[in-house]
Design a protein around this ligand. Sequence first.
Ligand SMILES: Nc1ncnc2c1ncn2[C@@H]1O[C@H](COP(=O)(O)OP(=O)(O)OP(=O)(O)O)[C@@H](O)[C@H]1O
Ligand SMILES: [Mg+2]
Length: 309
Amino acid sequence: MRALFDKKVLFFGGKGGVGKTTSASAMAVAASRAGRRVLLVSTDPAHSTSDIFERPIGPQAVPLLPNLHGLEIDGAFESQRYVSEVKERIKGIFGHGILKEANRQIDLAVSMPGAEEMALFDRIGGLVRGEDQRFDLIIFDTAPTGHTLRLIRMPELMEAWIRALSRSRQAMLGVEQDDKTDPVMMALTDRLEHLREFRARLLSPRISAFVLVLVAERLPIEETARAIEQLDDAGVRIGGLVVNRVLPATSPDPFLQSRHRQELVYLDEIDRRFASHSRVRVPQLPSDAHGVATLERLADMLLAERTLA
Ligand SMILES: Nc1ncnc2c1ncn2[C@@H]1O[C@H](COP(=O)(O)OP(=O)(O)OP(=O)(O)O)[C@@H](O)[C@H]1O
Ligand SMILES: [Mg+2]
């Protein structure tokens, strides 16, 4: 996992409840202790990073530890912020009459399904592009896998969409190329540029990596296999696997012994099926992972590299 400190963007993904938030937070603590200026970003509406750090974190980055800030992105907040920005921007472009109608249209657009996801995507894009220069490493604690994989494909889809918009704007203006005096055209060109950069950084193995968190059970293993396939397809580098909540091998308790025997089968399967990816095992702690002291312990475990690959 230490090799991942040199990236700029890390995503932690996996099935619900396997320990994404815990692992992402522990990694953030580990990297910040190693001197990287880290921003831990939660994109999950449930926002459990404030729980785990035992303090409120909001839609603006707040300091958590030396070298570590936290941020919880919120779709509703971002779409409101986006709307105010757009309204501000078009003030200078349109006359009073049109402006009123335009503002009405904008308010309508924000209430459409998908608007908050768009705004969320926009904010993530900005962070991936490195617009906040205070940080060397951005760590995303994501919502369960499907949602995040969709998000990763969004720049590509959006690019196609904006290209189509640009073409119809060109047709409307009766021009062949971008008209640099047309504010709408320029706004579209700008967006396209941002999207290209977002995608380029996402797909650069030097810059971004995706860490998959799982536990040694059947469904999480299958979900991990699917996610690996989809990430490979999309061209996103897989940074490694965190196998979380591994039970202690030596327990006098017959129940735990039996669970452990079952788990060994799955641990074997994980090692076999994901042999080409680096893997780190994190033990099951005696109680929930809460607070900085526990995160520091987990950080040490992530770096211990009891990896077989
Ligand atoms: N190694 C561990 N030992 C003990 N408890 C753990 C460990 N890892 C995670 N937990 C606990 O398991 C629960 C789920 O962990 P976490 O919130 O990190 O999962 P998640 O994948 O982010 O869940 P969600 O899909 O809901 O976002 C939490 O209560 C957490 O404290
Ligand atoms: Mg979580």
